[in-house]
Design a protein around this ligand. Structure first.
Ligand code: UD1
Length: 378
């Protein structure tokens, strides 16, 4: 039978929940051979393994084991290993998601080998080129053959950069496919007790952006703000490894220990974190994905950044930009605690069917030209 061989790439934590529904959907097509490559950009039990288990992702066909490093080193190592891997696998299509270093590294390798490249979550722009992710987004979109967007406005960003409209398809949000699929299971998790917080009675915080945690003064001010909030409501802070390293380097542990209501934990798995988000009074974050998840869950979200590449979470959802301004963060927190939280609604096509749309479109575009692979196994 003719088979369309598609390599799906994961590297870092936010990739896992985006690829899982796409692979599930590909498996429904007898003539699609989905293949999974994990670059190993994230490798810890809590940053990677737990997500594979929680999301039911298959074991990767190839694990490249790249690990941490500077941007050049990490991107370069992924490229070298992925190129060798693609020479073996010889796929028809490579599919990358999001904006991490593994996304651009594998995308560059694919196009230079003449393999069709698909970018899922295309066209998001923060217009802030000091963010490594913005560079990854811009470049990946430039070289992709098929671009799937999560919000309609992304098309205008892509057209402004000279990308023809025919390449762009509005599909919705695959991360929300995962959220909706796992929400019931996540709701039944029993994680709040061990974290010593109560349903609806805590603020959930995540901070890991270099702009927020790599500068002692900025990170210190954000921690002080969290300490102040913890006097009104317990603050739960699952700490990303980058932030954990900085807390130790900057000597912030004593400040944290002096505030009993500021509760730090190791990073949580997908289901436990979803449980914590769905039951929070408010979320303070610098993550991209969490701005979207809170919008769908209707949980108030304060984003500790100066800009967002996901403007629909502001125009339509529960998200508010608070920057790194202590007064603004405290003012918005106070509003939420007094019952005056911003209301939102769910954006178009964030409905659990994004992966369906993507795979159907890919099949329509590439399925008719699939090579005959009779007898070839992967
Ligand atoms: C990466 C992504 C970012 C995403 C984030 C989610 C890029 C440029 N950035 O940032 O967009 O929001 O993932 O987590 O790709 N570490 C571990 N264990 C791991 C992985 C990392 O301890 O499994 C530590 C290492 O000390 C490492 C640091 O975290 O140096 C940063 O990891 P890295 O992958 O470079 O970037 P993130 O900050 O995680």
């Amino acid at each position: 039978m003719k088979q369309l061989k598609i390599v799906n790439v994961v590297g870092a934590r936010p990739n896992f929940m985006k690829i899982a529904p796409i692979i599930d959907e590909m498996k429904k097509y007898p003539a699609i051979q989905p293949y999974l490559v994990h670059t190993g950009q994230h490798y810890d039990r809590v940053m990677s393994d737990l997500f594979f288990n929680n999301l039911g992702l298959p074991k990767p066909d190839n694990y490249l084991g790249i690990g941490s490093g500077g941007h050049g080193e990490q991107t370069g190592k992924v490229m070298i290993a992925f190129e060798a891997c693609m020479k073996e696998v010889k796929p028809d299509v490579v599919l990358v998601v999001g904006d991490v270093n593994s996304t651009i590294a594998c995308g560059l390798v694919a196009v230079k080998m003449g393999i069709k490249l698909v970018h899922v979550e295309a066209g998001l722009r923060s217009f802030d080129r000091t963010m490594p992710e913005e560079i990854n987004r811009l470049l990946t979109d430039q070289i992709s053959d098929y671009l799937f967007t999560t919000e309609r406005d992304a098309l205008a960003n892509l057209q402004r950069e000279g990308i023809p409209e025919e390449k762009v398809h509005f599909a919705g949000n695959v991360m929300i496919d995962s959220l909706l699929k796992h929400l019931e299971k996540a709701k039944s998790r029993d994680v709040l007790r061990s974290l010593e917080v109560e349903k609806g009675g805590y603020a959930l915080v995540t901070l890991h952006r270099p702009a927020n945690v790599d500068d002692k003064e900025v990170f210190g001010r954000l921690l002080d703000t969290m300490c102040t909030i913890s006097k009104s409501i317990p603050v739960l802070f699952p700490v990303h490894p980058r932030s954990r390293n900085q807390i130790e380097r900057f000597g912030f542990s004593e400040l944290i220990e002096a505030h009993q209501n500021l509760k730090l934990t190791e990073p949580l798995g997908y289901l436990d974190f979803l449980h914590c988000t769905a039951n929070a009074k408010l979320v303070l974050t610098d993550s991209g994905g969490i701005q979207e998840e809170t919008t769908v869950l209707g949980i108030p979200c304060l984003t500790a950044r100066e800009n967002t590449e996901r403007p629909i979470t502001i125009s339509c959802g529960t998200n508010i930009m608070v920057g790194r301004d202590t007064d603004k963060i405290l003012e918005e927190t106070k509003k939420i605690l007094s019952g005056d939280a911003k209301k939102g609604r769910c954006p178009e096509f964030w409905d659990g069917n994004a992966a369906k749309r993507i795979v159907a479109k890919l099949w329509e575009l590439e399925g008719t030209v699939v090579p005959d692979r009779a007898g070839v196994t992967i």
